[in-house]
Design a protein. Structure first.
Length: 267
């Protein structure tokens, strides 16, 4: 967007465009004046140290928490008009796993926009939910209580709930945190399939060693935006050190960044 208030072609085409986003807790900014545009059909990671504002940025962009300043557009329109185009997978530790619901109930909740408050779910809704569970390998657990599952299984169920919405943009807050290697691999494969179908994925991600393998684009964040763009250009030694306050040692950087990419990247 520009100062005249007109929507640029880039913003209009983007599944998510953020301008000047600031979030403050107790009068302290945890995200400060961030501009960020998500490329359509990409898998994008938001990366930064603990306390960098990664989850706060997502929640403010989704309208879950209050923005102090900033504008959020979804395909060029205000967020409030476009929520049906977004699916959200929250952090596991933010969910009440003692809530008495079965796996199929949890996934069917993703279809709430198709149902009026007085309507009961029908066979077609159950079929849609089962298709999503099958896609994440959890169809055999449909009648199990959600609280009885392992952490990795719970994460797959919440991914299925997002899948059933068939949203153009799926936002995931640390989808690989606390899951085993097999679950992580399964989730990555599903996300890559969605990307191949033309969907857009945006993830808060904490494992620097897998950024190059999993993602096309990356936002490096430490309260402020440090750099954003294609992983091959942005995920450089200089940008990483700027993001992590110089705390990455040379051995870590050598593993993360090929020598040819140790120079500054796009910003």
């Amino acid at each position: 967007m520009n100062v005249t208030g007109k929507i640029s072609d880039t913003v209009a085409a983007s599944p998510l465009a953020i301008q000047g986003l600031t979030v403050s807790y107790d009068h302290r900014p945890v995200v400060y004046s961030v501009d960020f545009v998500v490329r359509p059909g990409s898998m994008t990671a938001i990366v930064g140290p603990n306390g960098a504002g990664k989850s706060s940025l997502l929640k403010a962009a989704l309208g879950v928490t209050r923005r102090l300043t900033g504008d959020v557009r979804v395909f060029g329109r205000p967020l409030e008009q476009m929520t049906e185009h977004i699916a959200y997978v929250p952090q596991r530790n933010s969910v009440d796993w003692d809530f008495p619901a079965t796996v199929i109930d949890v996934v069917t909740m993703g279809l709430f926009r198709q149902l009026r408050w007085w309507q009961l779910t029908r066979r077609r809704h159950t079929d849609q939910a089962m298709e999503s569970l099958t896609r994440v390998g959890m169809e055999a657990f449909a009648e199990r209580q959600i609280g009885e599952l392992s952490g990795g299984q719970q994460q797959r169920v919440f991914l299925a709930r997002a899948l059933v919405q068939q949203a153009e943009l799926t936002i995931l807050d640390e989808p690989f945190a606390g899951v085993d290697a097999a679950t992580e691999k399964a989730i990555v494969e599903v996300l890559k399939q969605l990307r191949a179908e033309g969907r857009t994925l945006l993830c808060v991600h904490h494992d620097l060693s897998t950024v190059r393998d999993y993602f096309d684009e990356v936002l490096l964040l430490n309260v402020r935006r440090v750099a954003a763009g294609p992983v091959d250009r942005v995920f450089s030694a200089e940008n990483l050190q700027a993001t992590y306050g110089g705390r990455l040692n040379p051995v870590q950087l050598e593993r993360l960044v090929p020598a040819a990419l140790a120079t500054p990247g796009a910003t």
